[in-house]
Design a protein. Structure first.
Length: 292
């Protein structure tokens, strides 16, 4: 029988992930598709208890991050403006079950240019627990990739690229879906990357050439898929050049995405370290709990 000292929760738009914790040790983990988008405000507590009720016996701290703290979430954890210490503020969520003591970490906002993040700030905090002297840029690949400038233990400014979402939409819902296949082609990826990294203004015409190449030249689906990824990531790197040029850069994300970004950044002369996103979010949640 598992008895958690506390519960870590990463609560996104589509999914909920929880871990039974003893200090920084993971005792058990569970997940569900009870993301923020699927729940009314009075349903969050039940969705959480459905996963953790067997792990708790008395009053138990639950430290949560992500969209659970949005305006549509369990309770709003207002954004903290940059510059700030990431995951440095949290709010209590209302509960009915006396075993629960739920706190939700605030996201981070930026006034100019306007930008927000929820969840990534906790990964940044976890990274800084392990790398307290880091001075450089963190890139967090995902549906909405974040580039964040870190100095003196603070998040100074950041920018978001919708590269992952654009890839999903273009590959699954646009005319380009007819050209997409499975697998991967490194040469096609690098060719697409070089094309828009050097000439990002050509992104719209470069994208349609994928469809035309499939029709006229028989380009296979794996090459088309990899080239699409390269075209989009090249445009992102061109836009984010002020973040990575002359900076120490580290990646935080899933292994596959980290590898793609490592390959792309190598073409501009950067050798970057990669860190697992789940490991970093757990370190950030543990740090927040220890700061209570």
């Amino acid at each position: 029988m598992i008895r958690a000292d506390w519960i870590a929760a990463d609560w996104g738009t589509s999914n909920l992930r929880v871990w039974a914790m003893q200090g920084r040790e993971i005792l058990a983990e569970a997940s569900s598709d009870a993301g923020m988008n699927t729940l009314a405000r009075d349903e969050f507590e039940g969705a959480l208890l459905a996963l953790i009720s067997d792990w708790i016996d008395g009053p138990t701290d639950v430290i949560a991050c992500g969209m659970v703290g949005s305006r549509q979430g369990w309770t709003e954890a207002k954004y903290q403006p940059v510059p700030c210490k990431p995951a440095g503020h949290m709010v209590a969520a209302p509960t009915q079950d006396s075993r629960l003591n739920v706190r939700i970490l605030s996201g981070v906002s930026q006034a100019t240019p306007a930008d927000v993040m929820r969840g990534e700030e906790t990964q940044i905090a976890g990274f800084l627990v392990q790398n307290p002297d880091f001075d450089g840029v963190l890139c967090m690949p995902g549906t909405h990739t974040k580039w964040a400038r870190i100095s003196a233990g603070e998040l100074c400014h950041f920018a978001t690229a919708m590269t992952g979402e654009m890839f999903q939409l273009l590959s699954e819902r646009s005319v380009l879906r007819h050209s997409m296949g499975d697998g991967w082609d490194d040469a096609a990826f690098l060719a697409g990357l070089d094309e828009t990294l050097s000439r990002p203004e050509r992104i719209a015409t470069s994208l349609f050439s994928l469809r035309a190449s499939g029709l006229l030249n028989g380009e296979d689906g794996a090459a088309a898929r990899a080239r699409l990824s390269g075209l989009l990531l090249g445009a992102e790197l061109a836009a984010m050049k002020p973040y990575w040029l002359g900076q120490e850069v580290a990646l935080i994300g899933a292994t596959k995405l980290n590898e793609i970004y490592q390959s792309a950044l190598a073409t501009v002369g950067l050798t970057v370290r990669a860190f697992d996103g789940t490991e970093m979010v757990l370190a950030g949640l543990a740090g927040a709990r220890e700061a209570l």
